[in-house]
Design a protein around this ligand. Structure first.
Ligand code: DX5
Ligand code: ZN
Length: 217
């Protein structure tokens, strides 16, 4: 069964506690926390005070996805805020190996996210030290976008590379995940599914989380 990480980007920020409680009481596995700086992506999400508020209440793994330039200057702050998995973008890191080493040195699991146009094989020389590969299935920046079908191929390439290099990295998929594609994503090799609008726009988000997970068996 795939792990499920609801994205709090789609939560109600007027009553965040309620949505964090909902995730706590659901079958969800991780909290997915999207940080956007308005530079790397054409949108700004939220900053440290929100991450702090969520993390204080969240009782599951905290998975932060940094869609920001120069992530290096904030790695220790995310550690202090209780983040477990910290993912940076391949396209935003000139010295990716150094950044990944730093994340691990701080005691967090390290992930790399790739935009839809970025070839998975570019991770060939770093995959051995990664804990997570985030295959973006939409262009990052917004919730509620349409899933890009080429993602299945990229999951397959990720899986092959992970096996070939004897890596322990999990494959995460983020963007446009719903009941329509969750099973195929898991069957293709996705270990962790991020879901924003499909969970929070559902009439019964707790049931939707359950259904998204159970359809991947
Ligand atoms: C997009 C974010 C996603 C977003 C997914 O840039 O990284 O995590 O919240 O939202 P949905 O599931 O609505 O596509
Ligand atoms: Zn994300």
């Amino acid at each position: 069964m795939a792990l499920l990480a609801p994205s709090i980007l789609s939560a109600n920020f007027g009553n965040l506690d309620k949505d964090v409680d909902m995730i706590n009481s659901s079958e969800a596995d991780w909290f997915h926390i999207d940080i956007m700086d308005g530079v790397f992506v054409p949108n700004i999400s939220f900053g440290f005070p929100i991450v702090e508020a969520v993390n204080k209440k969240a009782k599951k793994i905290k998975d932060a996805h940094l869609m920001i330039v120069n992530p290096d200057q904030y790695l220790d702050t995310f550690k202090k805020l209780g983040v477990d998995y910290l993912t940076v973008h391949y396209e935003a890191c000139t010295h990716l190996h150094r950044t990944i080493q730093e994340i691990k040195k701080l005691g967090m699991k390290a992930g790399v996210a790739l935009n839809p146009h970025t070839n998975i094989n570019l991770l060939e020389d770093i995959i051995e030290i990664l804990d997570l590969v985030l295959v973006m299935s939409v262009n990052p920046g917004f919730g509620g976008q349409k899933f890009i079908e080429n993602t299945y191929k990229k999951i397959g390439v990720s899986k092959d590379l992970i096996i070939q290099k004897n890596s322990k990295a999990l494959i995460q998929v983020d963007g446009g995940v719903s009941l329509e594609n969750a099973k195929k994503l898991a069957d293709t090799g996705a270990d962790v599914l991020v879901a924003g609008s499909s969970v929070f726009n559902a009439q019964d988000p707790i049931q939707m989380i359950k259904d998204l997970k159970s359809c991947t068996i």
